[in-house]
Design a protein around this ligand. Structure first.
Ligand code: HDE
Length: 694
């Protein structure tokens, strides 16, 4: 009898179906059942003008398939963008974890999906929202899914509250709006009644929720996990992804205008970066600590509304993630990818964080309703890259064809010369770390919240006090904006400000002033907050990189623009690893000073300055005169200035800058080397002169 491998390999397309080569111009169009199609334009009719016949199986199959092209979108994180890449382990941490993914030099394929949370699949990329940062690592010991966010803490402490959070933040149940935003009654009604959300709200109201690019945001595993070494010793760990480009965010007015300029701002940025070889990279960092450290903290390390300051436990970099391949098909990959926080290889384990524990069930369950089958693990983007096999059988959309009779275990079929199937391995298999890692890990059945989860404000205060002045102003102003959108529920803004008084009196006062309401009485705190040492790692501004890498510069030209200056400018930007994008009133381009025709990358009206990180205005006197009458040109400059961006301009362009209200500062330069340097930064000092912040 023929022997088959004891572990069933993942079927590849080639083994199970031979699809026609899309690149082969001679390939013949067929039905899904392989029957060649003669006419893909006309349905089968009885006579040229007669009724269509039910017999037309080609038409029926085509429409039938089309009717079912959509699957339910994710209940949260519906809008996302994905890419393939590789993770390379760069440090030896075998003392901490036995996972093969961490063996120094090991390279592991990955798939990453970034997402917004609240909006539907077709919503815009740049609302104020938390971003998902989900990484699937196809390790040789099975998939490890680190399903995190771009914020290290979460709204709630216990999985029991997740449906309430999501119902409150998504569009309101009766009216179906707003889409993709928290600035509405039900969210703030709920949040203001849930003091445990306060720390996360501080992050959500900061510029963390307005990332400039998916490439310039951090990722966090959020929960405390465990690393387990070969001896079975467990350590606590928090995971961090640190972007190589540094942190960068937009500001609120810019994010609003981006929504009008480009719905797909982040998706496009990610795709184009990978497409042009500017591969986005992050370092994986770990904060490792033990029970003694955990016991010594005023917060509970199992509480997902708390972080561990990097000053207390430094982040150790142990690997690099590089995204180097765009998806071939959005639906097959980005839409069908199924992340499961319960996917961990031996050497990584869960803590008792009650939010994490709830997630371990939820994600497996949701995939069945989304993808329609318990066999979703066979979809190529989800299938492990290592051999896998067991005695689970059948079910909808079963694509594997197991051979033989061994669909049960134990069996003695092998003794009779038949395939017996795979066997468990106590030595190599996943074993839950049962080392005692904390008190209260067993006991009576209790539906309770640990008393160690009671401090809701100390870390919110830590976050606020770790920000720069400009960042604090943005936080206060976001609270004002969001709460100003709360209509019917008069009591809500006051209730929120009453909570904020526990965070920082100045913040509470700024928000109350901004709303024009009296400062309410301080809300009673379940536990009085304490002052923690500010942490620089929590600020975006303190973690930005002055680099043009990953940034784009919009260069506005018109007829008569200086050809030599343009060439030099583009060269300077490219040399500094920035992206130069030429914008002109007509997309066909402009006639430069030397008579040559310069093609534009974008037309002025369709390429507003909010899509760039800095602008250069390279105009002749005539060009300036023509553009002074062009609203889009004035706005191009005015918004760049208002969004605190560098503006480099030729002498002749000055009247346009004047009309746009530009006032000279460090960010307004000529078109020499000073511009490239300025274009690598933002000019937050400019802001107080431009708009009233709370
Ligand atoms: Fe999720 N979450 N979540 N979540 N989550 C989902 O799973 C859930 C939580 C996160 O790109 C869903 O496949 C519960 C924390 C990301 O496909 C769902 C709880 C964090 C993504 C779900 C949480 C996340 C999801 C929706 C509380 C940061 C997108 C579709 C107990 C650490 C993954 C799906 C992707 C998606 C449930 C809390 C991150 C419904 C019950 C905390 C990045 O299963």
């Amino acid at each position: 009898m023929a022997k088959t491998p004891t572990r069933t390999a993942r079927p590849t397309g080639g083994e199970t179906h031979q699809t026609v080569d899309a690149g082969d111009a001679t390939a013949i169009l067929t039905t899904n059942h392989g029957v060649p199609v003669s006419d893909n334009q006309n349905s089968l009719k009885s006579g040229a003008r007669g009724p269509t016949l039910l017999e037309d199986f080609v038409l029926r199959e085509k429409i039938f398939h089309f009717d079912h092209e959509r699957i339910p979108e994710r209940i949260v994180h519906a809008r996302g963008s994905g890419a393939h890449g590789v993770f390379e382990a760069t440090a030896d941490i075998s003392d901490l974890s036995k996972a093969a993914v961490f063996i120094k030099g090991e390279k592991t394929e990955v798939f990453v999906r970034f997402s917004t949370v609240a909006g539907g699949a077709g919503s815009v990329d740049t609302p104020r929202d938390v971003r998902g940062f989900a990484v699937k690592l196809y390790t040789r010991e099975g998939n490890w899914d680190l399903v995190g966010n771009n914020i290290p803490v979460f709204f709630i402490q216990d999985a029991m509250k997740f449906p309430d959070l999501v119902h409150a933040v998504k569009m309101e149940a009766d009216r179906g709006y707003p889409q993709a935003g928290s600035a509405h009654d039900t969210f703030w009604d709920w949040a203001s009644l849930m003091p445990e959300t306060t720390h996360m709200l501080m992050w959500a109201m900061s510029d963390r929720t307005l990332p400039r690019s998916l490439r310039t945001m951090e990722g966090f595993g959020v929960h405390t996990f465990k690393l387990v070494n070969a001896a079975g010793k467990a350590s606590f760990v928090k995971f961090h992804w640190k972007p190589r480009l540094g942190l960068q965010s937009t500001i609120w007015d810019e994010a609003l205008k981006l929504q009008a300029a480009d719905n797909d701002y982040h998706r496009r940025d990610l795709f184009e970066a990978i497409d042009t070889g500017a591969f986005p990279q992050w370092d994986l960092g770990i904060q490792v600590f033990d029970q003694a450290f955990a016991d010594a903290q005023l917060y509970d390390v199992l509480d997902a509304t708390k972080l561990i300051p990097e000053e207390d436990v430094p982040v150790r970099l142990i690997g690099t993630l590089t995204l180097n391949r765009n998806v071939d098909n959005f639906f097959a990959e980005t839409e069908q990818v199924a992340f499961l926080p319960s996917n961990v290889p031996p050497g990584i384990d869960f803590s008792n964080d009650p939010l994490l524990q709830g997630r371990l069930f939820s994600y497996l369950d949701t995939q069945n309703s989304r993808l329609g089958t318990t066999n979703f693990h066979q979809i190529p983007v989800n299938a492990p890259r290592c051999p896998f096999g067991n005695f689970q059988r059948d079910g909808k959309m079963q694509t594997m064809v197991p051979k033989g009779r061994a669909n049960y275990e134990p069996n003695s079929l092998a003794a009779h010369g038949e395939e017996g199937g795979p066997r468990e391995s106590p030595a190599q298999g996943f074993v839950t770390a049962n080392a005692a890692t904390g008190p209260d890990e067993s006991g009576d059945k209790l539906r309770v919240r640990a008393a160690t989860f009671a401090d809701h404000y100390s870390q919110a205060r830590l976050f606020y006090r770790s920000q720069t002045e400009a960042e604090q102003a943005h936080i206060a102003s976001s609270f004002v904006f969001e709460l100003s959108k709360v209509g019917l529920l008069d009591q809500v803004p006051g209730r929120m400000v009453a909570n904020l008084r526990n965070v920082d009196e100045d913040l509470a006062k700024r928000v109350a002033d901004g709303l024009g309401i009296a400062l309410p009485k301080k809300a009673p705190a379940a536990k009085e907050p304490v002052d923690m040492e500010p942490s620089d790692a929590l600020s975006i501004h303190k973690n930005m990189k002055d680099t043009l890498e990953g940034r784009s510069v919009g260069i506005l030209i018109a007829d008569g623009s200086d050809a030599v200056a343009l060439k030099k400018l583009v060269a300077d930007i490219t040399k500094a690893k920035g992206k130069a994008v030429i914008v002109a009133p007509k997309v066909g381009g402009a006639k430069l000073s030397d008579g040559s025709q310069q093609k534009a990358d974008g037309q002025l009206a369709g390429s507003p300055s909010q899509v760039f990180d800095a602008i250069a205005v390279l105009l002749s006197e005539d060009g300036t005169k023509a553009l002074l009458r062009e609203g889009a040109a004035v706005e191009f400059v005015m918004n760049a200035f208002g969004h605190l961006k560098a503006i480099g301009a030729s002498e002749a362009a000055k009247p346009l800058l004047d009309k746009a209200g530009v006032v000279l500062d460090d960010g307004v330069t000529g078109l020499d080397g000073a511009f490239v340097k300025a274009a690598s930064q933002r000019f937050y000092d400019r802001e107080p002169s431009l708009r009233t912040l709370a």
